[in-house]
Design a protein around this ligand. Structure first.
Ligand code: 3PG
Ligand code: MG
Length: 372
């Protein structure tokens, strides 16, 4: 895919350049819990400042519902960014302005006024048709930043020419969110390993009793059809389950934790893949030529249900193949368990990475191409 690069911007010395970043980072009590998205933007910001541009960065943070929310101000990010690379201005949370998500032309005008060029480096937000993502290229000479370009290059190579076997590992809560991506993955991958909350709708479609586990009954038919089609989908063969009275994320609440097969008794809840499944998935991941992992295998924030995700993270880290971790929770798990450095690529996008995989394009990329 040809998109304009930083080098294509002419005469930026002394000019005002607006850079859309994705600084939507997890915050706890005002401190940044994961700085991947900030560090990943530095090559672009550095390139521009070294070229003599006056750089203004902008980003959203969280999903403020009714205008400005003090808890979602970008001050902690601004302070941190300033410690890494002084001299970059950072605007306030774009989503404090209703025109951002509604893609309001008047808001786009306000954003671009005073700027001579635009750079999109917000890969993680490029699936959103929001003002700051798709608007500025209509008015300003525009380019992809380094991070955006690298993400597109890695994910395109996975779609177009993966080393085989190509094993995808999918987890996360809901199968309904991922049906589209499951179908497009199945066109490309040699095997799709399914864990996380979404596995229960598949297991139920095969006739397993899933107790109180996450189940999307409206999607049983879709899952049945996929399984009947002979698609290379591999499901868990055992589970870690929590008994009546136990609460997720609260080990002191009691509730028995047990290993089970794929039938979950009444009142019990499946919250992680079991050790047999973790070993089976690991073996396949180890010998893959390409691995794409998106979504945890269980509720890894609770130590009782972290083993499946940890084992899979380790297998991806140790795989001989080219390994890509697709954003969000799996990237957080990768870092929490200390494996991030061993991955070939940790994507800064969750939804964006999956959407790119599904469609081979994103609104933010199309906007850059359309106006180049
Ligand atoms: C993300 O974290 O997925 C991106 O920053 C996009 O955020 P959004 O899902 O709130 O649009
Ligand atoms: Mg999201």
């Amino acid at each position: 895919m040809k998109i304009p690069q930083l080098e294509d911007l002419q005469d930026i010395s002394g000019r005002n350049v607006l850079v859309r970043c994705d600084f939507n980072v997890p915050l706890a009590a005002g401190s940044i819990k994961d700085d991947l998205r900030i560090r990943s933007a530095l090559p672009t910001l550095q390139f521009l400042t070294e070229a003599g541009a006056k750089v203004t960065a902008c980003s959203h943070l969280g999903r403020p519902m009714d205008g400005p929310d003090p808890a979602l101000m970008l001050d902690p990010v601004r302070e941190y960014l300033d410690s890494l690379l002084p001299g970059v201005t950072l605007l306030e949370n774009l989503r404090f302005e209703p025109g951002e998500v509604t893609n309001d032309p008047a808001f786009i005008q306000r954003l671009v006024t005073g700027h001579d060029a635009f750079v999109n480096d917000a890969f993680g937000a490029s699936h959103r048709e929001h003002a700051s993502v798709v608007g500025p290229p209509e008015y300003l000479p525009s380019a992809a930043g380094r991070l955006l370009a690298r993400e597109v290059q890695v994910l395109s190579s996975l779609r177009e020419s993966p080393r085989r076997p190509f094993v995808a590992v999918l987890g996360g809560a809901k199968v309904s969110d991922k049906l589209g991506v499951i179908e497009s993955l199945l066109d490309v991958v040699d095997e799709l390993l399914v864990g996380g909350g979404m596995c229960f709708t598949f297991l139920a479609a095969r006739g397993a009793y899933v107790g109180e586990s996450l189940l999307e009954t409206d999607f049983l038919e879709n899952c049945s059809q996929l399984l009947d089609s002979g698609a290379p989908i591999r499901l868990p063969t055992d589970l870690t389950i929590l008994g009546p009275g136990g609460r997720i994320g609260d080990p002191s609440s009691g509730g028995e934790v047990r290993q089970a097969g794929t039938s979950v008794p009444d009142g019990w809840m499946g919250l992680d893949i079991g050790p047999g499944t973790a070993a089976d998935f690991s073996e396949r991941i180890h010998s893959a030529g390409t691995v794409l992992w998106n979504g945890p295998m269980g509720v890894f924030e609770d130590p009782r249900f972290a083993a499946g995700t940890r084992t899979v993270a380790q297998a991806v880290a140790e795989s001989r193949g080219f390994t890509v971790v697709g954003g969000g929770d799996s990237a957080a798990a990768t870092r929490q368990f200390g494996f991030a450095k061993q991955m070939d690529h940790v994507s800064t996008g969750g939804g964006a990475a999956l959407e790119f995989f599904e469609y081979g394009d994103l609104p933010g990329l199309a906007a850059l191409r359309r106006n180049s």
